[in-house]
Design a protein around this ligand. Structure first.
Ligand code: ADP
Ligand code: MG
Length: 240
């Protein structure tokens, strides 16, 4: 579903992403893990078009993601992105957060957008919060709203950048459970995370990055039981 070819992204002289190639198949759950500053977010942001790599190409269903192409926006809308800090619109209610893009971008009627939004709010257990403003919600609730908002755009793939890192520990579970449900339903997912339990039990595959490079790529099972590289082993010793 996603193909990244020889992607390089520099910030001044720093190669944040250094010649990364990877593929994500339909229905796969892939976790990007690695130390802080290893380039995980930048890889994800380049896939979504939030950053522009100097080199390389990203394909979605064999179609090149190129801002100069006419179908670029349409392609991009097939990817949902969930941020560490939720990025909800503070001046809008939960329901307005969810219906904005479907109405403006997908040209849905208000009624249809509301109906879909309520469906997804119900799925993340927050239908009763539809008329609240984000500042009235806990971190875990905000992130579940952010996930529901992405789902309203009917994405083919969901990209998560440390969705639980900004949350108090007791709220991590409720977000991971929503993600696990999505995974079960067959959603294709790429997840940057430090939640090794999630990576081990939910991911099909793990990609381990360091210094902007892919150091190791393996099935989740193999990665956690017998990492191939010393660097991955060192990392796992530190975080587990
Ligand atoms: P990770 O998500 O693995 O912690 P990042 O992708 O955020 O790593 O960052 C990779 C490297 O690129 C880091 O050294 C970081 O400081 C740098 N970097 C990321 N974004 C920017 C930016 N917008 N401007 C300058 N440097 C950046
Ligand atoms: Mg990051």
């Amino acid at each position: 579903m996603i193909k990244v070819e020889n992607m390089t992204k520099q910030f001044n002289s720093l190669k944040a992403v250094d010649d990364v190639s990877l593929e994500i198949k339909k229905g796969e759950i892939v976790c990007l893990i690695g130390p802080s500053g290893s380039g995980k977010s930048t890889v994800l942001r380049c896939i979504h078009g939030l950053e522009k790599p100097e080199k390389g190409a990203v394909y979605l269903n064999d179609q090149l993601l190129d801002p100069k192409e006419e179908h670029y926006r349409e392609l991009r809308n097939k990817m949902g992105f969930v941020f560490q800090h939720f990025n909800l619109f503070p001046n809008m209610t939960v329901l307005e957060n969810l219906t904005l893009a479907p109405i403006q971008v997908m040209k849905k009627s208000k009624e249809e957008a509301k109906e879909i939004a309520c469906q997804y709010l119900k799925r993340v257990g927050l239908l009763d919060k539809k008329d609240e403003y984000p500042n009235k919600l806990s971190g875990g609730q905000k992130q579940r709203v952010a996930i529901a908002r992405s789902l309203c755009m009917n994405p083919e793939i969901m990209l998560f950048d440390e969705p639980t890192s900004a949350l108090d520990p007791e709220m991590v579970i409720e977000v991971l459970e929503v993600m696990q449900e999505l995974a079960k339903e067959g959603m294709t997912m790429v997840v940057v995370t430090h939640e090794m339990g999630f990576a081990r039990t939910v991911a099909d595959r793990v990609i381990f990055l360091e210094d902007g490079k892919i150091i190791e790529e393996n099935s989740s099972k193999a990665f956690f039981s017998q990492p191939k590289t010393e660097r991955a082993q060192d990392f796992l010793n530190k975080v587990m």
